[in-house]
Design a protein around this ligand. Structure first.
Ligand SMILES: C[S@@+](CC[C@H](N)C(=O)[O-])C[C@H]1O[C@@H](n2cnc3c(N)ncnc32)[C@H](O)[C@@H]1O
Length: 226
């Protein structure tokens, strides 16, 4: 089974023989892949939507996989008990929603060895939340699909803080990877901010002045990273 580059990068973080929860499984591609490839012994696939979970239920029935994949309906990590899984994937959702899911089930989240998180937006807020609630970011990577960049953050219980504000935008854990896509992503963000700066300069006002100064600092910081 071929996964998209985004999903493939996510499953590459799953340690062999782990028991995995795939939160918001939707199409169920991740549980199928993990079982087909012998990466995982057991996957609990959850979704808040009955319709989404039905796709996984149909597949389990067709392929006789009821011992390997368990489908559970529910919100976030709520269908998972503390210490029931060693890895959880929460992917394809907004960063804020991921923080809410973790916050609602803190005991379960803290009991999971590898939290593999892939926010579609809001990675800065997610990193800040993790550090503010007692998680360490142990690994990160980035993948490009079409013209979109996706950040993947792997966290576990522990204490960690980054040295400066910019580190929450361009994580030092990600920079260590030396993935050439990081430079591309920073350049893309730089171009977007430069465009906003030009339009703010054309429309001066009190509010835009403050924003302009913030953006000019961000642009200087980004250039420093490059
Ligand atoms: C865009 S899909 C992502 C599917 C897959 N995880 C991926 O990365 O390709 C988002 C899925 O998350 C589910 N979802 C949204 N909020 C959820 C929540 N609070 N708990 C569990 N699932 C949720 C949706 O029903 C949907 O199936």
């Amino acid at each position: 089974m071929n996964l998209s580059p985004r999903l493939k990068k996510i499953v590459d973080f799953v340690p062999k023989n782990s028991i995995v929860a795939d939160i918001g499984t939707d199409h169920g591609y991740v549980p199928k892949y993990l079982i087909d490839e012998g990466i995982s012994k057991l996957v609990i696939a959850t979704d808040i939507s009955k319709g989404s979970l039905q796709k996984t239920l149909d597949y389990i029935r067709e392929e006789n996989l009821d011992e390997d994949i368990k489908a559970r309906l529910g919100d976030g990590l709520e269908p998972i008990l503390p210490f029931e899984v060693d890895t959880a994937i929460i992917a394809g959702m907004g960063g804020i929603l991921i923080t809410e899911i973790i916050a609602k089930s803190m005991d379960t989240a803290k009991s999971i060895n590898n939290l593999i998180l892939q926010p579609m937006v809001g990675s800065v807020e997610l990193r800040k939340f993790l550090h503010g609630t007692g998680f360490r970011i142990v690994d990160e990577d980035i993948v490009k699909e079409g013209d979109k960049y996706y950040e993947i953050i792997v966290a576990k219980s522990g204490l960690q803080k980054f040295a400066k504000e910019l580190d929450y935008e361009i994580s030092p854990v990600l920079l260590k990877k030396k993935n050439p896509l990081i430079k591309e992503l920073v350049e893309t963000r730089l171009r977007i901010n430069e465009k906003i700066i030009v339009s703010l300069r054309d429309n001066p006002g009190d509010k835009s002045k403050t924003r302009l100064m913030e953006l000019e600092k961000i642009v200087r910081d980004y250039r420093g990273v490059l």
